[in-house]
Write a protein that binds this ligand. Structure first.
Ligand SMILES: Cc1ncc(C[n+]2csc(CCOP(=O)(O)OP(=O)(O)O)c2C)c(N)n1
Ligand SMILES: [Mg+2]
Length: 557
């Protein structure tokens, strides 16, 4: 149990100050939100505690910014909204944090419970709305605000992280809490597998394996902070070392791209949404004689990954951050806790053997490269390839939902983990731009590019003005096809009439200039390359409108 320390001044802090100081003590330095009269004291307390408050244009993208900052720092994200309409605006991003396993503290104001009995304007039950999409939702209580913030941080970060909501009544926010103590973050160290029959059987399976395969997922990337005593445990590095030492090919989910550098011969790229990739990867898994799941959470995967192997036929050894009651796949032996320690226990005393004498993984890697060619003169794959070449290895890319995301996730090469951010579980549009803003804000030295479809950008266009206000030189690449390409593709594929999927072409470059950034239209590889290089070196944001034909994704994934 870690007790965070604060330099508490002598006067009793208010409830808002107790919450703000607790968040600061946990390592949080950025909060995003839109105030209303009911949360002014909370905003004030955050700033006083040393947490920068960033005004956004819409609460929902504000939550994605908080997530972007979390990926860069490990500190839980903070989103602040006022009651009623403000609170309701962020429901999507709270559901996203729940599905994407993002520790997020959602602070909202509310009218005092006694007043709410006889007052109706903007009043509804915030907690009832958020209950299904949060790990916990609390109403702050006088005298227990210190306990509450400690619990909220504990719940948000333990096991499988997620969002926690705190509703803070207006008059309690400014009420002194004379007995408040520094919050206790009650987090037990994640367990290593215990010696016993399950571990012995798993070790025997590894010793026997000649065609092992490993599937790596998002749980390898969970982060924490030194302040909370939950800094990283190095699970991604443990997976990479295990794969190399035992010559085990690695498939990742979209979120876990880069756990093994994707140019490594053992890296078979990412799976999840593309039937074309599944057609190469699933048959290889069929022929494996051992499947190791490392931090693999199937919430990112489509139907083809439901019950994809039979543990009665092939041993399946699973290491997860927390017990996994999802029922999406079956395993022979499951170990919940410290994934790196789990792999260490698995391999302990086992001598690596030669694997895959038939060369099948190398053949799969070749077939995957052939299935997703990028050597076109111009088009979505050319755009992805050019930007990849312009963005340094440590640069961070974000990508929105749509046809462009599926193609990009298959062909974008990650040399490091956590360098491609997206909403791959909820799969929400409107995430790429704000994720990029949060990442750049929290790690200004890292070059950041956001990829988005045109409809996705139109959903959050106002946040370009946030980029202006924060003076962040993020490069935004928008695939302009005047179409909901992914949905149009499905509509056409099922023989339905063309309805509700096409729209007019926006002059995004002009919009960017109007909002204080740079804007440029590109239609060739060389124009794009130059624009990205200029954008990364610029002092304000750049929107690059990359024009492609409608129907550009036909037959691609
Ligand atoms: C918030 C939200 N609304 C709707 C969807 C369904 N949806 C998924 S992709 C997509 C089309 C996105 O169009 P665009 O941003 O232009 O990207 P493109 O498919 O053209 O690459 C839609 C409507 C979603 N995932 N999220
Ligand atoms: Mg589009």
């Amino acid at each position: 149990m870690a007790r965070a320390t604060t330099n508490a001044p002598t006067a009793a802090p208010t409830a808002a100050q107790v919450i703000a100081r607790g968040l600061h003590a946990a390592g949080c330095r950025h909060a995003f939100g839109m105030p209303g009269g009911e949360v002014l004291s909370v905003m004030d307390a955050l700033v006083e505690a040393g947490i920068a408050f960033h005004l956004i244009k819409h609460e929902n993208p504000g939550g994605y910014m908080a997530e972007g900052a979390y990926h860069m720092t490990g500190a839980p994200g903070i989103l602040l909204a006022t009651l009623g309409p403000g609170m309701a605006n962020a429901v999507n991003v709270i559901a996203n944090a729940e599905q994407e396993r993002v520790p997020l503290v959602y602070l909202t104001g509310c009218v005092d419970p006694a007043e709410a009995l006889g007052y109706t304007h903007q009043v509804f039950d915030h907690r009832a709305v958020l209950a299904p999409v949060t790990k916990a939702t609390f109403m702050a209580e006088d005298g227990a605000v210190d306990t509450l913030i400690g619990r909220a941080l504990t719940i948000a970060t333990e096991g499988r992280p997620g969002p926690v909501h705190i509703d803070l009544p207006v008059s309690l926010a400014t009420k002194a809490q004379p007995n408040a103590r520094a919050p206790v973050i009650a987090r037990a160290a994640p367990a290593a597998p215990a010696e016993g029959p399950a571990l012995a059987a798993a070790r025997a399976a590894l010793a026997r394996a000649r065609r092992p395969i490993l599937i790596a997922g998002a749980e390898l990337l969970f982060r924490g902070t030194a302040e909370m005593g939950t800094a990283e445990v190095g699970a991604a590095e443990a997976v990479a070392a295990f794969a190399r030492d035992f010559t085990i090919p690695v498939v990742t989910t979209y979120k876990a791209k880069g756990v093994l550098p994707e140019d490594d011969p053992l890296a078979l790229g990412a799976a999840g949404l593309s039937p074309r990739a599944d057609a190469q990867i699933l048959p290889l898994i069929e022929t494996a004689d051992l499947i190791v799941l490392a931090g693999y959470d199937p919430i990112e995967m489509r139907h083809a990954w439901c019950d994809p192997w039979d543990p009665d036929r092939v041993p399946v050894i699973e290491f997860t951050a927390a017990p996994n009651p999802h029922g999406v796949h079956r395993v022979s032996h499951g170990f919940a806790g410290d994934i790196g320690a789990g792999l260490a226990a698995l391999r302990d005393g086992i001598a690596p053997q030669a694997t895959w004498s038939n060369g099948a993984p190398a053949e799969t890697k070749r077939a995957l490269a052939a299935a997703f060619p990028a050597d076109e003169p111009w088009g979505p794959a050319a755009i992805v390839e050019e930007v990849r070449q312009a963005l340094p290895e440590h640069g961070v890319a974000t990508v929105d939902s749509g046809a462009h995301r599926i193609l990009l996730s298959q062909i974008w090469r990650c040399a490091r983990p956590r360098t491609l951010l997206q909403s791959s579980a909820l799969g929400s549009m409107g995430c790429a731009l704000p994720l990029a803003i949060g990442a750049k804000l929290a790690a200004p030295e890292v070059p950041v590019v956001a990829f988005t479809g045109d409809a996705g950008l139109e959903m959050v266009l106002g946040e370009l003005a946030t980029l202006r206000d924060l003076a962040l030189p993020v490069v935004v690449v928008v695939f302009v096809d005047a179409s909901l390409a992914l949905i149009e593709l499905k509509q056409r594929g099922t023989g339905l009439a063309n309805v509700g999927v096409d729209f007019g072409e926006t002059d995004f470059a002009a919009v960017a200039r109007a909002l204080g950034g740079h804007g440029i239209d590109v239609k060739t590889r060389s124009e794009l390359r130059q624009a990205v290089e200029d954008g990364l070196a610029a002092d304000s944001f750049t929107v690059i409108a990359a024009h492609i034909d409608r129907g550009s994704y036909d037959g691609r994934f």
